[in-house]
Write a protein that binds this ligand. Structure first.
Ligand code: FAD
Ligand code: SF4
Length: 445
């Protein structure tokens, strides 16, 4: 796919990738070998019938192709843009062994964009039933669980704490990777199945837990919105953000348009972002678009970064400076941030994660000037609602104890997405959400 030029794209938050034309899509789909044993499906957590939709594209029958995808995935425009296909369906594609895997993600995106232009392909819904299902959280897990339950005839209500639905898709991932109108169009599709979405409903506060538990089944999909901090001196200073707060201000609250919108954001001339995942790349690239010089500090080597390769490449193209094998030790300044002291790291034997452990090199400390520091070193599930429901058990990472079928330790209460697995990916959140919805259906059918 053609990317917008760097000088153009760092001026705004519009999407970087342009998408495939119909001719390009047909040519790419025609590369598929229609394998008898399609490994690509095994690599897809929601098990889309990939060869079947590729064949329809090859034949120019885009409507049948999107219909096949929607059987398994109600959020194809989102997944086509942000899923790490290189380690999932495309990672398993047999053609990857010889030349280049079929660009399954780009083709999924192409179809979803075609559908938005040519009218929705809403899947059929079974006859209406009497049971009421409550879903807490409207991120990819909540939307998927709700859609699956609604398709089976249940009355489904999603409760969302924020004023807009979508979870991380709306408040976290910036528009240059995932435009808001794309997200909202797919949420509208979930509504078309009959799902009601009540925003500004913080379950546990604006609706008591007793009221939630009065539903016939409950699916918790509250995500992993609690940011981790490094615990180094100076984190209380003005100008230190978690990536979650920074991105929420910029994306959901439109802080870059302050004072037209109420929420401001401080950027200054030099921003330091700590971390090497997708969240760190999103924060760095957003700060760059707000006019700052940006340095990204990561304690391991560049190949160890957990971010998608394409995001790392885009960040580098856009002028983000990478300081790898470097770890922050103190944020400096009086009341406000003026810099960040770091130490160089030596790479030693692999640790439990399989990546080399990073050890500080004595005497290699120095200070980088900074007006703003953004920490993007991970997040975990927020314990507030979990602690209000008697009988739920949390694991060490803060996630809920959940069986493979999405059931928790409390009858009729299921969980899906990051709250069940710890911070993961959109498609893994959707995969477990489908399992939780299947378990709900089994309870009543
Ligand atoms: P979320 O998307 O977090 O949604 C949870 C929702 O629950 C939120 O809207 C929250 O407001 C709501 N909620 C919480 N508590 C309550 C309550 N008590 N009452 C009512 N509502 C409540 N994954 C990828 O696959 N590819 C990427 O490129 C990628 N980039 C990312 C970039 C960023 C900046 C972040 C933060 C994450 C990224 N991820 C990416 C991870 C991915 O977004 C998450 O794994 C996924 O969103 C988890 O989905 P979820 O539905 O479990 O939770
Ligand atoms: Fe087509 Fe690749 Fe899947 Fe085989 S593995 S069916 S070539 S997409």
């Amino acid at each position: 796919m053609a990317d917008r030029t760097v000088s153009e794209r760092i001026q705004d938050f519009a999407e970087v990738d342009a998408g495939l034309s119909p001719e390009e899509a047909i040519a790419e789909a025609a590369r598929c070998l229609q394998c008898k044993k399609p490994f690509c499906i095994e690599g897809c957590p929601v098990e889309i019938d990939i060869p079947a939709f590729l064949r329809c594209i090859e034949e120019g029958d885009f409507r049948s192709a999107i219909r096949i995808i929607k059987e398994s995935n109600m959020l194809p425009a989102i997944c086509g843009r942000v899923c790490p296909q290189e380690v999932q369906c495309e990672g398993e594609c047999i053609l990857g062994n010889k030349e280049r895997a079929v660009a399954i993600g780009r083709l999924e995106r192409f179809l979803a964009d075609w559908e938005r232009e040519h009218g929705p392909e809403t899947p059929p819904v079974l006859e209406k039933r009497s049971e009421r299902i409550a879903v807490v959280g409207s991120g990819p897990a909540g939307l998927t669980a709700a859609a699956e339950c609604a398709r089976n005839g249940f009355n489904v209500t999603i409760f969302e704490a924020l004023h807009a639905p979508g979870g991380v898709l709306t408040y976290g991932i910036p528009g240059f990777r995932l435009p808001d109108d794309v997200v909202q169009a797919e949420i509208d599709e979930v509504r078309r199945l009959g799902v009601e979405i009540r925003t500004n409903y913080l379950v546990g506060r604006s609706i008591p837990v007793d009221e939630l538990l009065a539903y016939d089944a409950i699916i918790l999909a509250t995500g992993a919105g609690l940011p981790a901090f490094m615990g180094i001196p100076g984190e209380h200073k003005v100008g230190v953000y978690s990536a979650n707060e920074f991105l929420t201000r910029v994306n959901l609250m439109h802080a870059s348009a302050f004072p037209a919108y109420d929420t401001p954001v401080k950027v200054g001339s030099h921003v330091v972002v700590i971390g090497g995942g997708n969240v760190a790349m999103d924060a760095a690239r957003s700060a760059r678009r707000l006019g700052a010089e940006v340095t990204l500090v990561y304690r391991r080597r560049r190949p160890d970064m957990p971010a998608r390769r394409v995001e790392v490449e885009h960040a580098e193209e856009e002028g983000i400076t990478f300081l790898t094998c470097t770890n922050p030790i103190e944020i400096t300044g009086e009341e406000a941030v003026t810099g960040i002291s770091v130490v160089k790291m030596d790479m030693c034997e692999p640790d439990d994660s399989g990546r080399p452990s990073a050890v500080p090199i004595p005497g290699s400390e120095y200070t980088i000037p900074a007006d703003v520091v953004i920490e993007a070193i991970g997040q975990s599930p927020n314990p507030l609602l979990i602690e209000m429901i008697d009988g739920l058990v949390r694991e060490n990472k803060g996630n809920l104890r959940v069986l493979e079928d999405g059931s928790t330790t409390v009858p009729r209460v299921f969980a899906a997405g990051d709250v069940a697995t710890g911070a993961a990916t959109v498609i893994l959140a959707m995969g477990i959400a489908k399992k939780a919805a299947e378990s709900v259906c089994r309870m009543f059918f």
